[in-house]
Design a binder for this molecule. Structure first.
Ligand code: GLC
Length: 429
């Protein structure tokens, strides 16, 4: 069976009637940014599923516009996830959707560029319009709750909100949570039972306790606010690049569908100006997160450092300079979630070194938008090659010469399948 058919099979297998799970057993519910990426793949094989996926996701939108990172459809059916629906207890917020249990944090806002693609592929305009309006409400809510001092940039309140759960980018902020505060936190982790070599491929217990400490603190504030000394307040270049790209898509969608997006325009402009000020590092010639608690950048080279390319933020000459070293490296695959020469790198551990297909997909898309076709092709071919060789896994070893097994985390991973489909099927020139 060729790779396209294998990917289609994974998406079919993980489809649960109204939404797609990211991976069997490991992630049995609906995840926010996963759904956006998954919809992109389904657009080529089953467009009805793609739009239903987004409608199901937005059925979990809270009254205030917030869109949670996990929707626990059929929570009673699956006891296999921690922290569970009951742990999150979203009903603590009066804004939460009473009929659907969810988490109380969000994930990068990928939806608008997915909807834009749906419109370009001629899906039902009325259904898309409804989703566009909901997305505008979601962005408006994020600005209201998370904008840092009128910069047009949003702050994230939890490492899980970045989607890059245990990236070394978050180490310093998390280490501010004192061990004394967390030793009593009890863990009932299920992920470590589901994957191979979990000690080296998943976050450590001590880290997990810190993640839960942040959840507990947010929950105590009904997922509505933080106080000044809350330890995790971060301007993440990935979250903000995705937001900027989505804002551009919303403005175009608004023009094509006759929907007012004036509230977004100013925020987009503000965001672009301040992105350069807070997140660009001249010396490293890369983008880094900005830690609001200590008002300092987190200077570690990660794949997220390149995601601003996706949103068309750097100039073309800057993009070429950023990308060049990767095109020459023979022993390393683009783009390790953390570069091997950085403190915090771990070859097999989740977001601390392995390659993730969604990051490569965004960088590839970005390169295409700059018409850097040759560079884009290299990234695309290496990414497809990796999946072809090792399987439709969650993440991959970043070294070319790695010995098997090389695919880590969940197998039959939906966004890997979906984005490979998009890479195979997209007309790129
Ligand atoms: C992991 C990833 C996150 C993803 C989730 C479901 O937690 O870090 O980005 O959304 O799995 O696939």
């Amino acid at each position: 069976m060729d790779l396209f058919e294998q990917c289609k099979l994974v998406l079919n297998k993980n489809w649960k009637g109204k939404f797609t799970i990211p991976s069997p057993r490991l992630y049995p519910f609906q995840w926010n940014w996963d759904s956006g990426f998954i919809a992109l793949g389904n657009l080529y094989t089953n467009p009805e599923r793609a739009i239903t996926e987004m409608e199901t996701l937005f059925s979990g939108q809270w009254k205030n516009g917030f869109l949670p990172h996990i929707l626990f459809h059929n929570a009673e059916k699956y006891n296999s996830y921690f922290p569970s629906a009951d742990y999150w207890n979203s009903s603590i917020s009066t804004d939460a959707t009473p009929r659907l249990k969810s988490s109380g944090i969000t994930q990068p806002p990928v939806h608008a560029f997915v909807l834009e693609k749906m419109l370009d592929m001629n899906l039902d305009k009325d259904r898309i319009s409804k989703l566009v309006k909901k997305t505008i409400a979601y962005h408006a809510f994020l600005y209201k709750q998370r904008e840092y001092k009128n910069t047009g940039l949003l702050s994230i309140w939890h490492n899980w909100e970045s989607g890059m759960d245990n990236s070394p980018w978050w180490d310093r902020a998390l280490s501010r949570i004192d061990e004394e505060l967390i030793h009593a936190i009890e863990l009932e982790r299920k992920d470590v039972q589901e994957v191979a070599e979990s000690e080296s491929t998943r976050p450590k217990d001590i880290d997990y306790k810190r993640y839960l400490y942040l959840v507990n603190t947010l929950k105590a504030n009904k997922y509505d606010s933080i106080d000044n000394h809350y330890s995790f307040q971060m301007l993440d270049p990935v979250f903000n690049s995705i937001l900027i790209q989505s804002n551009k898509s919303l403005i175009r969608l608004g023009e094509l569908l006759g929907i007012d997006t004036s509230s977004i325009q100013q925020k987009l402009e503000d965001g672009l100006v301040h992105f350069e000020k807070y997140l660009w590092n001249e010396e490293a010639q890369l983008y880094f997160p900005y830690d609001l608690v200590i008002q300092e950048q987190v200077k570690i080279k990660c794949s997220g450092s390149y995601i601003p390319i996706f949103a068309g933020i750097p100039s073309e000459s800057r993009v070429k300079k950023m990308i060049e070293p990767w095109l020459k490296k023979q022993h390393l695959l683009p783009f390790p979630s953390c570069s091997p020469d950085q403190k915090g790198f771990e070859r097999k551990n989740y977001w601390r070194g392995p390659v993730w297909v969604n990051m490569n997909w965004m960088i590839w898309k970005g390169l295409l938008s700059y018409k850097l076709f040759e560079e884009a092709d290299i990234i695309k071919n290496k990414t497809i090659g990796l999946v072809e060789k090792y399987g439709i896994y969650e993440y991959f070893d970043p070294f070319e010469d790695a010995k098997a097994p090389i695919g880590y985390g969940g197998s039959d991973f939906s966004w890997t399948a979906a984005l490979v489909i998009d890479m195979i099927k997209s007309k790129t020139q």
